[in-house]
Design a protein around this ligand. Structure first.
Ligand code: NAD
Length: 476
């Protein structure tokens, strides 16, 4: 069995000093897959010291240098797309159709950041002052397990674009993907210390990043509970934070929507990344008078989902990442039944023919009250709650009756009306009549879905701070 025991600092692989060993389990076979020796606080401090030194050296990097670094990172990650895809499928169980685009997006994020650096006005005149958009310092990057490459590369690309150095703490559950990605990023031959990668637990390595005075900003993607702890911890040293957190996104079918065309999108939104997606559309809002029609169509969609081996390119839903996640989803399915929702399809246990692996049955609950746990809490599995509404006002009220505000989906024949409704939904992104890809549009949440935005120019601006120099043209 593979043992992973290194971290990447100052452009080198070093053995971690931490002692704790974590065994990673293959989510399809339930066999032990790898052992990870986790880095500890001391390892984190070494990485922070290196990144701080590198920042002092590299803070004055030019636009051309940053563009060159981003170009090189883009090239090595793009070249590694097949091996990155395979590793994500193997370690995490992400179906090929999700894992491959994740690897491609990871590479694309460097190309996108390079374009931004080319055009971004780092210096401008404002109100008689010369304003320079300056890097913040060392950025701490903390990421979850559900699309590891995408988060690590997206955040690193922005840190480099801004002129920062970084210490990255990927999820301990993505240790194999992180080890591979580190080897790939190392091939770019960037200045030592520009980025450093330390895999350890959140409570140790992650907490040290949040606490340490030499970290100027934390860019975090993960759960709302941990996001709140980070926001509290960051206040002590007044760190900047970008928090991309959870969601309970509504898919709103307006009463004039073509349900036959909309339902495949609604199902795909609900089960993307096997349901382990912060942006999953997990509440389907349906006009009461068309509930039976919606039921037949959404159940047909869920019943026809291909669940199984993520290596099979036809697979739409793979296993949950760990036994713990499997049990959590099972717990929510039981909660839905206990709370009185109607089980329309799926239910507890594994799908037929899958006796092994952390597979769950794609499940639709009908007659869901928006106050039930399955309608309020993030399940992070292929479980959809169908909620009936009376009229447009009621639909918008239900869509917004959540602690979250990450994403929403609206379907309707009258485009003007669909846009009007979209404008009333409290969410960082609203998709109308489809699942769209706009990698440079801002991404992030309202309310407890987070703070700040990622991607494109809004993303870059979370990594820089304006400095105004007054009298820059004044001679004495
Ligand atoms: P998590 O919050 O448990 O962990 C995320 C990361 O934070 C991990 O690297 C973890 O080790 C670290 N961490 C844990 N405790 C910490 C602490 N006290 N201090 C610092 N770091 C700490 O989330 P997860 O289970 O890995 O991922 C699933 C969650 O992520 C879901 O809630 C999902 O909605 C969210 N998510 C959000 C987005 C988004 O962009 N909004 C995207 C993907 C996932």
């Amino acid at each position: 069995m593979e043992t992973l025991d290194t971290m990447y600092i100052d452009g080198r692989f070093e053995t971690v000093r931490g002692r704790e060993i974590l065994t990673l389990v293959d989510p399809v076979t339930e066999q032990d897959a790898a052992q990870v020796v986790l880095a500890d606080e001391e390892d984190a401090r070494r990485a922070i010291a290196v990144a701080a030194r590198a920042y002092r050296r590299l803070a004055g990097s030019t636009r051309a240098e940053r563009m060159d670094w981003l170009e090189r990172l883009h090239r090595v990650v793009a070249e590694a797309e097949p091996e990155l895809t395979d590793c994500m499928i193997e370690e995490y169980g992400g179906p090929w159709r999700f894992s491959n685009p994740t690897a491609r997006r990871a590479a694309a994020s460097f190309a996108s950041a390079r374009r931004l650096v080319a055009d971004y006005p780092f210096e401008r005149e404002v109100g008689g002052a010369r304003v320079r958009m300056e890097a913040l310092g060392v950025v701490g990057i903390i990421t979850p397990w559900n699309a590891s490459y995408g988060f690590v590369c997206g955040k690193l690309a922005m840190a480099i674009a801004a002129g920062s150095t970084a210490v990255i703490k990927p999820s301990e559950l993505s240790a194999r993907q992180s080890a591979l990605l580190t080897r790939v990023l190392d091939r770019a031959g960037l200045p030592p210390g520009l980025f450093n990668i330390v895999t350890g637990r959140g409570e140790t390595v992650g907490a040290e990043l949040v606490r340490h005075p030499d970290i100027a900003k934390i860019s975090f993607t993960g759960s709302t509970a941990v996001g709140k702890a980070i926001a509290r911890g960051a206040a002590d040293t007044m760190k900047r934070v970008t928090l991309e957190l959870g969601g309970k996104s509504p898919t709103l079918l307006l009463d004039d929507a073509d349900f036959i065309r909309a339902m495949p999108f609604a199902a795909a939104a609900a089960v993307m990344n096997s349901g382990q997606a912060c942006v999953a559309g997990t509440r389907l809002l349906v006009p009461r008078r068309r509930l039976e029609e919606a039921r037949a169509l959404i159940v047909a969609q869920f019943d026809s989902l291909a669940v199984g081996d993520p290596r099979d390119r036809a697979t739409q839903v793979g296993p949950m990442v760990t036994r713990k996640q499997y049990e959590r989803v099972q717990g929510y399915i039981r909660a839905g039944i206990e709370d009185g929702a109607q089980l329309w399809c799926g239910g507890p246990g594994r799908p037929d023919g899958l006796a092994r692996g952390w597979f769950v049955r794609p499940t639709v609950f009908g007659e869901v009250d928006n106050r039930m746990r399955i309608a309020r809490e993030e399940i992070f599995g292929p479980v959809l709650s169908v909620i009936a509404y009376d009229d447009e006002e009621h639909a918008v009220a239900l869509a917004n009756d959540t602690d979250y505000g990450l994403q929403a989906y609206v379907f309707g024949a009258d485009l003007e009306r669909a846009n009007r409704v979209a404008a009333r939904i409290v969410a960082g992104r609203v998709h109308i009549n489809g699942l769209h890809d706009a990698p440079e549009a801002p991404f992030g949440g309202f309310r407890q879905s987070g703070m700040g935005r990622e991607f494109g120019v809004f993303g870059l601006e979370q990594y820089v701070e304006p400095k105004a120099v007054l009298g820059h043209d004044t001679r004495l």
